[in-house]
Design a protein around this ligand. Structure first.
Ligand code: AMP
Ligand code: GLY
Length: 433
């Protein structure tokens, strides 16, 4: 088979890596890809939003399966374009991807079908939002309705901050048209867990759990980022939590989408808060997480292509997903200055240290090859240094050891990735009863 992957970050590198382990696959293409991906796939210089050009490429090259890694093309309807042209593609169509594309829609869906989530109100009028904020409880959470590179969420500690935030989203349009509507949401506390799942329109199979670290600094200090590191599995998603979520969140979500005439095929990523009142949905994503994919996929024993094909054909119930016991940790190496401004084009050294080391992976995110063929930095998040170990502690130690094998000017990382999952005792009341 020939497979085309759409995207060019660490997530897509992990997806290409998983696809390369499939005995069915003889060729991988990636558009646009990056320097690391180009070692296992042929990178194609077509942008992820150029749907017709991508479809032309898939048709010309007789691609058997296209896998869409990124949210923007999914929400924009790339799957519809491919399907109309009879091209086989893995991912939700535009109608189904709306669970990520509109927070107002996803909240409405959860409310209608009784799926646990934070209480909320939706506004399309700034003045009305301000009125509401004058009587709200604090902290409170403001969310731009549409996609905003993971940055459209503001946690506000008081009324003044919240009104300024509402202005940023709805009047100044910092996140563009994503701010035409805004959700104001109850602030939840607890551990955040990511659960990725395969869905075939009717059935859902969940993957091993993961936990992200969204803030830039150690101890969860500083601004939000796309994700500074992950580990899998997380102790905060135990068997009991899983049983609760399967019955009250995962299956009801898939059923709700089907009932609404939006059957979902692809990956649903459940962003969950394990709150004192039980698990609640923080957000849905219509794709693998980044950097969740980097710790979940290396542990998956199944042939990913077989699972994706089962989703497309509506026979996911025939598949049993299996994951290795060994935990996995990913530490993101970022450009100094990220998530604000940072420089690009810094030479990356030491990448060869990963060759032949099965327990380790160096997933490329923002990298490219310069004119001389050197690998240089090309984004905020640069590399995802990933390792497996017998225990989470060992995986963490190995990942951090490997962060020393590579270097570039301004290299920045957090030093506490996975600490939340090591030596924890989970206290629970009767919230999952
Ligand atoms: P989202 O893009 O919806 O995942 O939001 C980004 C981040 O904001 C989440 O990962 C949480 O850390 C935080 N967040 C979102 N919604 C809430 C909420 N209702 N209560 C507390 N934190 C939240
Ligand atoms: N790591 C969070 C996300 O991919 O949205």
């Amino acid at each position: 088979m020939k497979v085309l992957v759409i995207g060019g970050g660490g997530r897509e590198h992990a997806i290409c890596d998983a696809i390369s382990r499939s005995p069915k696959v003889e060729g991988i293409f990636c558009a646009p890809g990056n320097a690391g991906i180009s070692e296992i796939a042929e990178c194609v210089p077509i942008g992820a939003m150029e749907f017709e050009r991508l479809a032309d490429f898939a048709a010309e090259k007789n691609i058997d399966l296209t896998v869409v890694g990124m949210d923007d093309p999914l929400v924009g309807g790339i799957v519809d374009v491919f399907e109309e042209r009879g091209l086989r593609v893995f991912g939700p169509n535009k109608k189904a991807a709306v669970i990520e594309g509109s927070k107002a829609y996803s909240k409405e869906l959860m409310k209608k079908y009784g799926i646990p989530t934070a209480g909320y109100e939706t506004f399309d009028d700034y003045e009305k939002a301000v009125e509401y904020l004058k009587t709200a409880d604090y902290p409170t959470v403001l969310k731009a309705d549409g996609l905003a590179l993971g940055k459209g969420v503001l946690i506000c500690n008081d009324e003044e901050e919240a009104i300024a935030g509402a202005k940023t989203i709805m009047v100044d349009k910092k996140f563009g048209d994503s701010g035409n509507k805004m959700v104001i949401e109850e602030f939840l506390t607890g551990h955040e867990v990511s659960v990725l799942s395969f869905v075939d329109g009717r059935d859902i199979k969940i993957m091993a759990s993961a936990q992200d670290h969204k803030r830039i600094g150690d101890g969860d200090e500083g601004p939000n980022t796309g994700g500074m590191g992950t580990f899998s599995p997380t102790p905060y998603f135990d068997k009991e939590a899983e049983l609760f979520c399967v019955e009250k969140i995962f299956k009801p979500t898939v059923d709700a989408l089907r009932a609404e005439g939006r059957p979902f095929k692809g990956i649903i990523f459940f962003g969950l808060m394990m709150s004192p009142k039980g698990p609640k949905v923080l957000e849905y994503n219509a794709r693998f997480g980044d950097p969740e994919a980097q710790v979940v996929l290396p542990r998956m024993k199944n042939d990913i292509v077989e699972v994706m094909e089962a989703c497309i054909d509506g026979r996911l119930r025939e598949i049993d997903l299996e994951f290795e016991k060994d935990p996995c940790v990913c530490v993101v190496l970022a450009s100094g200055g990220y998530p604000s401004s940072y420089e690009k084009g810094k030479l990356i050294t030491g990448l060869e240290s990963f060759e032949g080391k099965d327990d380790y992976r160096c997933y490329h995110a923002g990298t490219r090859l310069d004119d001389e063929g050197n690998v240089v930095t090309n984004g905020g998040r640069v590399l995802g240094i990933t390792a497996k170990g017998k225990t989470l502690k060992e995986a963490k130690e190995k990942a951090y050891e490997a962060t020393q094998w590579v270097d570039f000017e301004g290299k920045y990382m957090r030093h506490d990735i996975a600490d939340k999952g090591i030596d924890v005792k989970i206290e629970k009341g009767d919230e999952y009863a």
